[in-house]
Design a protein around this ligand. Structure first.
Ligand code: G4P
Length: 530
């Protein structure tokens, strides 16, 4: 990264990132404080919905309506000091979805939030592994230090051991639980004190001349000061110092300690994102990668959301700009169909509202309303035939058969299902034999969400029933061999919404056997979106 050319200032100030965490660690609270300090909202409390309510898609949309922040939950932009932050949301429910994987293809860094009492939890670990596949830089925020939490060394050890990444403290907490008074900022030699009286205010910040500065004793009780000095000395001896190249490479994570609900540690984390959360990075594409500083605009669709406004059957494609300076009204080429598209009503997701995007730069996320032309994985350029790669589509882990409540409406159901398939919300397979559609998802909750959306958005009652199959694999290979395989295995064959061949089974043994007997064919659990 260090030998990359200098970026134009408008691009260099952009930081596009996502938050990864286990439910309840404090992602929503932290997001809200980001927006508060970014001047995007006036009062904390606007982003929140209660507990489970915010974890399902339909409630989630309701929540968006309630709090008046339209689709901003998918991407939010705000300024902080000289930076423009683009925060891309990862779905909050604990059902794991491939949406999350794809979201992480659109960011340059991730903030990992962990609960100081719970440490690294299952969902965090899964999401971390995805970040690792892409060597994303990760900044860690250890939240809820105002509660009883684990010993700091324990937490750091757990991250190092569990996630196999070096951890370096950016701040060090002083006291814990009801004794927690703040942190020592190890990067800037400051004492940051928490204001327990006003949760939306940032506490005092006191410049300190190292840990031997007598001023410390004016603010920290003697027993905590002694502990702080001991621990920091130990940490400096045992833990690696901050190495910004290692952070950029994703092999080291700096950790900040704080309490999002008390607005504590949040500004330091934001400074950290500015300093280490890198500027827009090159995007992998065929036949060549795209560099952010290229003057020509290129971008890719990483998410499609249909029916955001049920009155207009519109869809919004979320596009991450990979390069250039985009201006409203630009004509771009839709590379998959080679057709020109005039982007006349792009949307920029400012946290307070949806606004027309007059311009945007590499690193930004814009929304493009369309009638279904834009699909996940599509690339837009100023003419060059580039195709962004690495946006995966996963084999679903749960399969059910969908039947229209009203048999006369089977065709309508097909349309609705195919639309959700294009949106990436489910996989839809049409079996070569028999009726009905087999719908595949990654988490069980998605069936409920789908059924309620089909009913709500299309007025179609739908039933999901158990399917005889449990696994789906995309079949690839020489055309004649695939065709012969399809003919010989009709009862197991289906086609996805793109018409690609899928093999359905309930036995892993079947899959192994085919791979053994048909060395020319590959049965794949993922299909790259294109
Ligand atoms: P999530 O989006 O990661 O699921 O977490 P969220 O921010 O919703 O926070 C989960 C719970 O943890 C919330 O409490 C929230 O108030 C609390 N929380 C967040 N940050 C802190 C912190 O720094 N300290 C403490 N003590 N608690 C924190 P809840 O009871 O589930 O919701 P609510 O009743 O407060 O709305």
């Amino acid at each position: 990264m260090s030998n990359r050319p200098e970026l134009p200032p408008e691009i260099a100030r952009r930081r596009t990132f996502a938050i990864i965490s286990h439910p309840d660690a404090g992602k929503t609270t932290l997001t809200e404080k980001f927006l508060l300090f970014g001047g995007a909202i006036q009062l904390a409390g606007q982003v929140r919905a209660k507990g489970e309510a915010r974890r399902t898609r339909s409630d989630f949309m309701q929540m968006e309506k309630d709090r008046g922040i339209s689709v901003s939950a998918s991407a939010m932009s705000f300024d902080y000091r000289t930076f423009r932050f683009n925060l891309v949301d990862t779905p909050g429910h604990s059902d794991f979805s491939e949406d999350t994987y794809r979201t992480l293809t659109a960011v340059d860094a991730a903030v990992m939030v962990i609960d100081g009492a719970k440490g690294v939890e299952s969902q965090t670990r899964k999401l971390f592994e995805v970040c690792r596949l892409r060597d994303l830089p990760i900044l860690t925020f250890c939240n809820k230090m105002d509660r009883e939490s684990r010993e700091v060394f324990d937490i750091i050890d757990e991250i190092q051991e569990n996630l196999a990444i070096d951890v370096t403290p950016a701040s060090w907490p002083i006291g814990m639980g009801s004794d927690f008074i703040g942190c020592y900022d190890l990067l800037r030699d400051r004492l940051e004190l928490m204001d327990r009286a006003d949760r939306n205010r940032v506490g005092q910040s006191i410049e300190i001349d190292g840990l031997d500065d007598p001023k410390l004793a004016d603010h920290i009780p003697a027993h905590l000061l002694e502990k702080l000095r001991e621990e920091v000395e130990m940490a400096r001896g045992l833990l690696p110092p901050l190495d910004s190249q290692a952070v950029a490479d994703g092999t080291m994570t700096p950790i900040w300690f704080g309490s999002a609900i008390n607005s504590f540690g949040v500004k330091e984390l934001m400074e950290g994102i500015g300093a280490y959360g890198p500027e827009p990075q090159p995007t992998r594409a065929e036949p060549r990668q795209i560099a952010p500083e290229e003057p020509q605009v290129a971008g890719f669709v990483f998410k499609v959301q249909a029916n955001m406004d049920p009155k207009h059957r519109d869809r919004v494609a979320f596009v991450r700009l990979a390069s250039g300076h985009f201006e409203r009204g630009m004509k771009l080429t839709h590379v998959r169909t080679k057709k020109p598209m005039t982007i006349s009503a792009p949307v920029l997701f400012l946290a307070s509202d949806r606004e027309l995007a007059e311009e945007a730069w590499a690193g930004d996320i814009i929304g493009i309303p369309n009638h279904g032309q834009l699909r996940i994985g599509d690339t837009l350029t100023e003419g060059e035939a580039l195709r962004v790669t690495g946006i995966p589509s996963f084999a679903p882990e749960l399969l059910q058969t969908a039947r229209a409540g009203d048999p006369m409406k089977a065709k309508h159901l097909e349309k609705a299902l195919f639309q959700f398939a294009e949106e990436g919300a489910a996989k839809v397979f049409k079996p070569a034999f028999g009726s009905g559609y087999i719908v595949g998802v990654v988490g069980a909750l998605q069936f409920e969400v789908l059924a309620s959306r089909i009913e709500l958005e299309y007025g179609l009652p739908v039933r999901f029933e158990g399917s005889q199959f449990t696994s789906a694999r995309w079949v690839a290979g020489p055309k004649d061999k695939v065709e012969r395989f399809v003919q010989a295995n009709k009862a197991h064959i289906a086609h996805d919404h793109d018409g690609d061949v899928v093999y359905l089974t309930r036995l892993q043994w079947d899959i192994d056997r085919i791979e053994r007997d048909h060395p020319d064919l590959t049965l794949s659990a993922t299909k790259e979106m294109m």
